[in-house]
Ligand binder design. Structure first.
Ligand SMILES: [Mn+2]
Length: 356
């Protein structure tokens, strides 16, 4: 296991590499070329420059989150092959730069959905939160404008203003795409990219849909154990793997997180570990990482990762906004640093108790 933090690049992130370097036990970052659009080919020189900047700061570039998949691929449009060719060219360049992990998602239109970006908790910290009741009262365009005032001046991944201007067209694109069609479009994409992944040993790690159910009538497939096992089997290659995100699969309380982890042995290439606090099955907020602050048993989650011999990068994913920090919601320095330290503590305890 390698503890990492997500980092958006020096032009976009409020957190610096020097700060990340000082968090004990964090040895790498997960980054991206944040100013590329889905469908663009990533230039090798840009990838190498990003890698060098990170390594010069004493950290490693442990993987990419994300190389986004163009909507034409997800919706299975007539021109999808052009975008898949570009995706393959990007993977080829990442492989040449000795990068072997790519996180992506296959969610139509939105990367993720929250109804509040700064819900105030009793201790005064603020967190991202979701209530189904709020979603049911909004249309998708209102959803964007309702949260866009709370981003602290940052651009949130998947909610880029340019994209949201075309939201009606995006919904139109997916009108005839149901879960089965989305599965088959994912299979087509994976079958085409597996040869380049085999050549460069690149682990593809699909991120679950968040929340793990359909919103605004859009299809959603990466939501539970049955679907993710189906996905593994439909393109049965170890490079076709997953990002296990406890906070995303955990949105559905019927998902047994440790059991899911154990069923995915060998196919979890990347882990996001964070906690949620539920007020009802459809009203939750992102809590601190500690088990006692949320609804999940974080020890059992880390133990399951240990038991399957997980060796990939892990990150504390989102954190609360605390101590007056102003940053991208979920991506401040302080609470993610506390989360990384806590998860490292759990891991050390698990490791040592197994050695005895
Ligand atoms: Mn995640």
């Amino acid at each position: 296991m390698q503890m990492t933090l997500r980092w958006y690049g020096s032009r976009f992130d409020t957190v610096t590499l020097q700060q990340i370097r000082q968090i004990p036990g964090v040895t790498g970052v997960i980054s991206t070329l944040y100013d590329t659009a889905p469908g663009d080919v990533w230039e090798l020189s840009d990838i190498l420059a990003l890698k060098k900047e990170i390594e010069d700061a004493g950290l490693s570039l442990a993987g990419i989150e994300s190389v986004n998949v163009h909507d034409a691929i997800k919706a299975g449009l007539f021109d999808r092959d052009k975008y898949i060719d570009n995706y393959i060219a990007t993977l080829e360049n990442l492989g040449k730069a000795d990068i072997h992990l790519v996180c992506y998602n296959f969610m139509p239109v939105f990367d993720w959905t929250r109804t509040e970006l700064a819900r105030v908790r009793p201790d005064g910290s603020t967190v991202l939160a979701y209530t189904q009741e709020a979603v049911d009262q909004l249309n998708p365009e209102e959803m964007f404008s309702s949260i866009s005032g709370d981003t602290n001046g940052t651009i949130m991944p998947g909610w880029e203003p340019e994209r949201m201007q075309h939201i009606k067209e995006l919904f139109e694109m997916y009108r005839s795409v149901d879960d089965e069609a989305l599965f088959s479009n994912l299979k087509y994409f994976l079958e085409r990219i597996m040869p380049v992944c085999d050549k460069y040993d690149i682990n593809m790690a699909i991120h679950p849909d968040d929340p793990a159910w359909s919103v605004f009538g859009l299809p959603r497939i990466i939501i539970n154990k049955a679907n993710i096992l189906r996905m593994m089997k439909m393109v049965d290659n170890p490079h076709n793997g997953v990002t296990f995100c406890s906070g995303s699969y955990g949105t559905n309380l019927e998902n047994d997180l440790p059991d899911m982890i154990r069923s995915l042995k060998g196919r979890i290439h990347f882990a996001h570990v964070r906690n949620l606090k539920f007020h009802s099955p459809t009203n939750f907020e992102e809590s601190a990482h500690l088990s006692s602050d949320g609804s999940f048993d974080m020890y059992e989650i880390m133990l399951a990762l240990y038991d399957i011999g997980f060796t990939g990068p892990i990150r504390p994913d989102h954190g609360r906004m605390i101590w007056g920090e102003v940053a991208m919601p979920g991506y401040g320095l302080y609470d993610r640093a506390l989360g990384a330290t806590y998860l490292n503590g759990l891991w050390e305890a698990i490791e040592k108790s197994h050695r005895k």
